[in-house]
Design a protein around this ligand. Structure first.
Ligand SMILES: [Zn+2]
Length: 403
């Protein structure tokens, strides 16, 4: 074995070690939303050491980090991630949830999969990219928040606003959420459905049940509303991205049995296909209820826009991610838009391509959340491969031998 090959193996071994250590370090910060608990400070230090310029700001207890490294002219790509986690109290954990303990070849801890694992893997990939001596191009941003699992009011939304204020337009954004199903890299998300909640109030007319002709029964009206909402034909749905309306509550406050109720409150949630924007959904629902309009008030809540990134002719981020996954796993990933919303929605627009690619999501938000070390190493390899495709121009046209 040549000296160079030996050094290469040693370097790989030490880098692989680094991703495990880094994930354990990240898990130990008790960064339950919105507290960063030192996790963002630590990332800030790591990224500065790699040559990034870091801007960290806190607003309403939410801490955000925008880190930037420029290699010269070329596209702007970003990595979007969160270090906040959902609480871990209760349940029979095999290890203390903020310990990062390794059991049976897996790292246990709250956030190990969602998504401190992705953050640690991208950090390792980033180290490899920066240490590459070949000419690099473009600018790489890290966009990290401590408010993804919560209301997401002051997290990635504020980061996206700050980038816009600075006139920065991203060409692409990789989100490190756990998207894989049975094997790392088997599924990536090239979009997400949108979500919208509503509180609907129905106003009827009270009166004696024996004289219904003088009343307007709000409970009866609510049945009509449910039927209309659940029978809307969503013309822009696609087989892989369907719209559904779910009634989440109906409340008729009536305590006597001889009174027609005048009032009903209903709540519902819509998960909608990427073919729609929230304004389209509101219009379609208003249209379905148009002739009941005088009896109804709707208050819209918690809008989360849909997004979708398809293949494109030039600089196709989706293709680069698919290829990076293939290079490492030997299979192309399935494209999906399923699941809840993600912070990808704040960065996606007609110019910015957004792709989510990360470890498996089978234990996220659960007791005993964990990530097998092999999975962590695999996602690190995929990210390393991807960063080369994004920032080393010669890597794509074959003049640099892929490793
Ligand atoms: Zn997450």
């Amino acid at each position: 074995m040549t000296f160079a090959a030996q050094t290469n193996i040693q370097q790989q071994a030490s880098q692989r070690h680094a991703v495990i250590d880094d994930l354990q370090t990240l898990i130990k910060f008790k960064s339950v939303t919105p507290q960063q608990a030192g996790a963002i400070d630590w990332l800030n230090t790591q990224l500065r050491a790699l040559g990034f310029d870091c801007e960290q700001f806190t607003f309403n207890n939410v801490t955000n980090l925008i880190a930037k490294i420029s290699f010269g002219d070329g596209p702007n790509y970003a990595f979007s991630g969160h270090i906040d986690v959902v609480p871990a109290s209760g349940g029979a954990w095999r290890a203390e949830p903020f310990s990062g303990e390794i059991i049976d070849g897996a790292i246990y801890g709250r956030g190990s999969a969602d998504m401190k694992g992705g953050v640690a893997a991208m950090l390792a990939a980033c180290r490899a990219l920066v240490s590459h001596t070949v000419n690099k191009q473009g600018t790489f941003y890290w966009l990290i928040t401590s408010d993804e699992e919560g209301e997401a009011e002051y997290g990635s939304l504020l980061i996206a606003e700050r980038l816009a204020q600075q006139g920065i337009q991203l060409d692409g954004c990789i989100v490190g959420e756990p998207t894989s199903h049975l094997q790392v890299g088997d599924t990536i998300k090239n979009g997400r459905r949108g979500a919208l909640s509503a509180q609907l109030t129905i106003k009827g007319k009270a009166g004696h049940v024996a004289y219904p002709e003088n009343t307007l029964n709000a409970a009866h009206l609510s049945a009509d509303v449910v039927k209309r909402l659940t029978n809307i034909m969503w013309q822009r749905d696609e087989p892989s991205s369907k719209t559904s309306v779910q009634i989440t509550g109906i409340n008729v406050a009536n305590v006597v049995d001889n009174m027609v109720p005048a009032w009903c409150e209903m709540t519902f949630n819509i998960r909608y296909s990427h073919g729609y924007k929230s304004s389209d959904i509101k219009n379609d629902i208003q249209f379905a209820l148009a002739d009941l309009q005088q009896y109804i008030d709707i208050e819209w809540q918690r809008p989360c826009e849909s997004f979708y990134t398809s293949h494109q002719t030039n600089n196709c981020l989706l293709e680069k991610v698919e290829q990076a996954v293939f290079d490492v796993t030997g299979s192309y990933p399935l494209l999906s838009t399923s699941g809840g919303t993600s912070d990808g929605r704040f960065f996606a627009n007609s110019h910015t391509q957004v792709i989510e690619c990360g470890v498996r999501n089978n234990t996220i938000h659960q007791v005993n959340e964990h990530v097998p070390i092999n999975d962590l190493l695999k996602i690190e390899q995929i990210y390393t491969r991807l960063l080369k495709k994004l920032f080393i121009g010669s890597f794509n046209n074959g003049s640099e031998k892929p490793d």
